[in-house]
Ligand binder design. Structure first.
Ligand code: ADP
Length: 398
């Protein structure tokens, strides 16, 4: 079976064509700056890389270009669009309606649109990708894979805010979590690597990238996660503030006469590593600045480590233990210093990593010290594969 994975954003569209039977990536790439005067189209198939700069007026044209070049370029191995069996779409917000991937029927489509009110930058953009595929490949099964679905197993005590009930219910304000596809993938994968059924394990997955979230997975079900109503809550991130006293936000708005849009920009685009360091949102830059003695950069990184420890500790309490901690995404997979600092001074909890084993980047491997009670792993995330597998499963049932 061949599956096209699409991650459609407001001005970009990432894609991957996978042969599920042969476990190969036939092609992958992205279209950037859709709707701007000059766009960028990149496609890689095997050793061949195509890059073009040209105007891409909208998402339908972007998908058209992708399909055209997938067929045109011999290295992709695709001869006809008929060979594509299903399309899997990443969908950021599935609200409380979807606890699993869904075939995109009219009802599912309408729900994704409805939840666009809570994810205005994402859901409408995802639907543009769905619309484009519908026009260009009519009748082809399209599957929605929700970032929120895996977190739907949380109990009300974990997902409910202390707001008045009528407001929370009227506006569907609760914690939904995010990065669910990644947390699901790495938790299942680590269980496989440990050779134990996930139903018997307590796992904490740390997805640390530009956006970061930490999730507690007990017996295969999410019991808590650090992101909330939106992907803002929780960890200090590249440009996102994460946990903050809501009253401090109101206070700042009053003091500086900032409106809602302005405050949203500050919290999501100007805070986090970037805001605290006043230097960069990228951890590599922060680490270089620290090496040169930049104290603000050091504080930014210290907050990230502190908060990760706080979440891990609270999730161990919530699950009454932990069998494995998993690191994934840009920082989790690549920064040995971050992994080491997060896991430092937690011997009391049975957590200790081995410096030599931890001296790796982007490899699937165990890094805990011999004899440590808790296993610690690096599992590179693979959201595209996870989306493709969900699409394959649903399409196979048709
Ligand atoms: P996104 O959330 O945008 O998918 P990524 O998962 O790619 O982000 O993570 C990006 C983050 O990973 C950046 O902060 C980057 O600095 C960090 N990162 C990537 N490689 C390294 C490295 N070798 N050392 C430290 N941080 C790294």
């Amino acid at each position: 079976m061949i599956v096209l994975v699409i991650n459609s954003g407001s001005s970009s569209l990432k894609f991957q064509l996978r042969n599920m039977t042969e476990h190969t990536i036939m092609a992958q790439g992205n279209v950037e700056k859709i709707g701007l005067p000059m766009g960028i189209f990149t496609l890689k198939a095997g050793e061949i890389k195509v890059q073009k700069e040209l105007q891409v007026a909208n998402h339908e044209i972007a998908v058209e270009m992708v399909l055209h070049d997938l067929l045109e370029l011999e290295a992709t191995g695709l001869h006809s669009l008929e060979e594509i069996d299903a399309i899997g779409h990443r969908i950021v917000q599935g609200g409380d309606s979807f606890d699993r991937a869904m075939l995109i029927t009219d009802e599912v489509y309408d729900k994704i649109r409805e939840y666009g009110a809570m994810a205005p930058l994402h859901n409408p953009a995802h639907l543009k990708g769905v619309d484009a595929c519908k026009v260009l490949m009519p009748g082809k099964p399209q599957v929605a894979v929700f970032d929120t679905a895996f977190h739907q197993t949380m109990e009300p005590a974990a997902f409910t805010y202390g707001l008045p009930k009528h407001y929370a219910e009227k506006h569907k304000i609760r914690r939904y979590g995010a990065h669910g596809t990644s947390h699901k993938y790495v938790s299942h994968r680590v269980a496989e690597l440990m050779g134990k059924p996930i139903e018997e394990l307590k796992i904490i997955t740390c997805h640390l990238g530009n956006g970061s979230s930490i999730t507690a997975v007990k017996n295969g079900r999410v019991v808590d996660t650090s992101m909330g109503f939106t992907p803002h809550e929780g960890m200090l991130m590249g440009t996102r503030c994460g946990d903050i006293d809501a009253t401090a936000v109101l206070y700042l708005m009053q003091k500086e006469q900032i409106d809602a849009a302005g405050m949203d920009r500050i919290l999501n685009k100007e805070s986090g590593l970037l805001g605290v360091s006043a230097y960069s949102s990228d951890l590599r830059d922060i680490e270089s600045a620290i090496a040169e003695g930049n104290q603000d950069a050091k504080l930014a990184r210290d907050i990230l480590i502190h908060r990760a420890k706080k979440y891990i500790g609270s999730y161990i309490a919530e699950m009454n233990g932990v069998d494995a901690i998993v690191f994934t995404a840009g920082i989790g997979e690549n920064s040995k210093e971050t992994r080491a600092d997060i896991c430092a001074d937690m011997e009391f909890l049975g957590i200790a990593i081995d410096a030599a084993k931890n001296n790796v980047r982007g490899e699937e491997c165990a890094i805990h010290a011999d004899g440590a009670r808790v296993q610690v792993w690096i599992v590179p995330t693979n959201e595209e594969l996870a989306i493709a597998e969900e699409a394959e499963q649903l399409a196979a049932q048709l």
